[in-house]
Design a protein around this ligand. Structure first.
Ligand code: AVJ
Length: 316
């Protein structure tokens, strides 16, 4: 436990944020609400699905180009990861980065983070692991780097999670990251590339319904943590590729007219009315490089799989 670790497992559930999203004509909920312990586990299950090509493709890129990636990241590094989850992809880096100074996994689910860190400490007994339970889309503190220590801070942001943010938010996060990384730091980031919509849509409409359960887990959380009375069977999962906007959208569709009470407020749903729960932007390499440039990041190197489904960038 350290000073940057917040105790409450419910810190992500701001009543104001939830109600302001639902008491408008275009209903929405923030995608970060997916990730309580159960949601994090469902996401791990998504990552193992045949249809969800992202995880295995990014893992392939990391393994296949590991020597180049390691040499781009460099030595004497403090590795900071946004949305570390199960730290599955990070293990590859932790094994290969021999002289790593420390690893700071940041995750919104404190409970899940603690479990994962316990296992990581067994696997990497000599690694200094400093978990940070925080919402990295909001300003947060990191321990100061000792000036003159020669330690470089490199951020790891895999999974194309940047795509969950709208452009201004994405640029804001990239800019904050650049500031925290300092002049000799960097950012290793995974980006899902634009591709045929049938491949994209299958990845968010898996045949086993895991993504649907992941989406509905938000309602379950509102019930247990905010005293809401959503009936999960009265909503259906809906995901599609909004091509003009270049993003997958996930929604929950109300199957009939209904009124739900959330933290003492009544929210009415028409039949077919939707709650927008997630955007997942897809980029062409040019689009992403332009976005990075607008946050004053320089694209040093990138690696792509043979089918050009996914890209890993090292920015500095
Ligand atoms: C967290 C960004 C990797 O948008 O693909 C998976 C989350 N949502 N299935 C994504 C997610 C539905 C995911 N990332």
């Amino acid at each position: 436990m350290n000073q940057f670790h917040k105790e409450s497992s419910q810190q992500a559930l701001g009543t104001d944020e939830v109600l302001s999203g639902l008491l408008t004509s275009e209903k929405s909920l923030p995608a970060k609400l997916f990730y309580d312990k159960r949601g994090s586990e469902l996401f791990d299950e998504i990552c193992r699905l045949d249809e969800y090509y992202q995880t295995r493709t990014e893992l392939w890129i990391l393994k296949h180009y590991l020597p180049e990636i390691i040499s781009a990241v460099g030595s004497g590094v403090q590795l900071v990861e946004y949305g570390s989850g199960s730290s599955l992809k990070t293990r590859i880096l932790l094994q290969a980065l021999g002289d790593l100074v420390s690893y700071l996994p940041i995750d919104i689910s404190g409970e899940y983070l603690n479990e994962v860190v316990q296992r990581l400490r067994e696997q990497f007994p000599f690694l200094n692991i400093l978990p940070v339970s925080a919402d990295y889309t909001k300003p947060f503190l990191l321990p100061n780097l000792v000036p003159g220590s020669g330690i470089r801070r490199v951020f790891f942001f895999p999974g194309s999670t940047l795509g969950n943010l709208d452009e201004p938010e994405a640029i804001g996060l990239l800019k904050r990251t650049r500031r925290l990384a300092g002049p000799d730091g960097g950012l290793l980031i995974g980006i899902d590339l634009k591709k045929d919509r049938t491949i994209l849509e299958a990845a968010y409409n898996d045949s086993r319904g895991v993504t649907a359960a992941f989406n509905k887990n938000i309602l379950h959380r509102l019930n247990t943590e905010m005293g809401a009375n959503f009936s999960l069977s009265e909503f259906r999962h809906h995901a599609y590729y909004n091509e003009p906007c270049g993003r997958i959208e996930m929604h929950l569709v109300s199957l009939r007219p209904q009124t739900v009470t959330i933290a003492g407020s009544d929210v009415f749903f028409r039949e077919g009315e939707m709650i927008h729960t997630e955007n997942s932007y897809k980029y062409t390499p040019e689009e992403f490089e332009e976005l990075a440039a607008r946050a004053d990041f320089l694209s040093k190197k990138s690696w792509v799989d043979p089918e050009q489904r996914f890209a890993v960038y090292y920015l500095s």
